[in-house]
Design a protein around this ligand. Structure first.
Ligand code: HEC
Ligand code: CU
Length: 357
């Protein structure tokens, strides 16, 4: 048993299912248990009888084997028909649960989800985009999901929901969260930020603290469709807010630049808009080139040609990533045209400049 506070949605220290935290959980769990109990009910006596009969009726060595062709019609009809009622029961129960999960009710909240290799962006409207999924407790919420590359699948174990995300189409799913996420105390949050700044270069490690950088405990959200090298990194968190005001305050906090400097705001965009999942800041090679010492250095392109990494090159790379491909990389960066404002791009450039040595 792990000591420390009780973690919502954490099941690494649980023997059985994660905490159930949506209106679908009971239905899914009870169907699973029904099937499990039926299996145990039949498997145990059959296995015992099999073992017993094979010993009880064992023939001596050398005795000839007998043929056994007679049969008992009533017995065979009984063991075919009776279990079929169980199958119908499982089907009806499963189908009702499945139908519940189709078609979000009117008045649901909506979040647009984009999956990419290897991360998530959640769009809350009005340009507020963040990798974490934030919801309101007891409020049905519909996710409209698309992929910018390959097939992914969105899975929230605590909600017992999972659905594939297929490139070229929108897939939908909905659920109603039933357990609000706890908030940690101000002092605990401050201590975590202090630790992040002193020991981790200002990067907030929510797995270590088990709460988000805004101080909420969380449920896990995974990709469950193997989608390439860093599939296992494709995780984020779900935070369920107690009240609409609290959710709106959180959304407001991430809408646009307030009093930060361009470079500070650029850092936030860099983390929130998925750049960090493909570009490192420490020189290591990920899907794309690292930005450590990148600004001002020279690049060679696929198909010949060279250039210096300057403001206009970064802008072009963000808007038209396919116009110049850095040698040694594949043209997989998505265009951010129409998704980042001019001020956003200026801020990212200001931030990347601070990376030059
Ligand atoms: C899916 C992975 C991916 C994401 C997400 C991504 N990039 Fe890229 N990026 C690449 C790859 C691969 C290259 C190299 C190939 C090329 O030039 O297009 C690249 C190239 C670049 C370059 C040129 C780099 C150089 O050193 O010459 C810049 C600048 C850049 N990206 C900025 C960004 C910014 C800013 C974001 C976030 C808004 C971002 N990228 C998001 C994959 C990604
Ligand atoms: Cu994936």
């Amino acid at each position: 048993m792990i000591s420390g506070p009780h973690l919502i949605g954490d099941y690494t220290n649980r023997f059985w299912f994660p905490e159930s935290a949506s209106s679908f959980s009971d239905q899914v769990d009870s169907t699973f248990m029904l099937v499990l109990y039926i299996c145990i009910f039949f498997m145990v006596p059959i296995t015992i009888a099999l073992a017993y009969f094979s010993i009880r009726y064992m023939k001596k060595k050398g005795e000839p084997a007998e043929s056994q062709t007679s049969h008992n019609t009533p017995l065979e009809i009984a063991w075919s028909v009776l279990p079929s009622f169980l199958l119908v029961w499982i089907f009806v129960k499963g189908a009702l649960g499945y139908l519940d999960q189709q078609g979000a009710p009117d008045g649901s909240d909506a979040v647009a989800v984009k999956a990419f290799k290897w991360g998530w962006t959640m769009d809350y409207g009005n340009g507020v985009i963040h990798p974490e999924l934030h919801l309101l407790n007891e409020q049905p919420t519909k996710l409209t999901m698309r992929s910018s590359d390959v097939i992914h699948s969105l899975f929230i174990p605590a909600f017992r929901v999972k659905r594939d995300i297929v490139p070229g189409r929108y897939n939908e799913m909905w659920f109603k969260p039933t357990v609000a996420s706890e908030r940690v105390s101000e002092s605990e949050l401050e201590a975590a930020w202090k630790d992040a700044k002193e020991n981790n270069g200002g990067v907030f490690d929510r797995e270590k603290y088990q709460f988000t950088e805004d101080g909420y405990r969380f449920h896990d959200l995974y990709c469950t469709e193997y989608c390439g090298k860093d599939h296992s990194m494709m995780q984020t968190v779900v935070v369920v807010h107690e009240t609409r005001e609290d959710l709106n305050d959180w959304i407001k906090k991430y809408s646009g630049r307030t009093d930060q400097s361009p470079a500070e705001y650029g850092k936030l965009l860099y983390e929130r808009r998925g750049c960090a999942s493909c570009h490192s800041l420490d020189g290591s090679k990920r899907v794309g080139p690292s930005f450590a010492g990148g600004f001002g250095s020279e690049r060679e392109y696929v198909g010949g040609g060279k250039g210096i990494v300057d403001e206009s090159y970064i802008r072009e790379s963000i808007l038209e990533p396919k116009s110049k491909i850095v040698a040694g990389y594949s043209p997989v960066m998505p265009s951010y045209k129409g998704q980042l404002s001019d001020d956003d791009i200026e801020s990212i450039i200001a931030y990347l400049k601070t990376m030059s040595k």
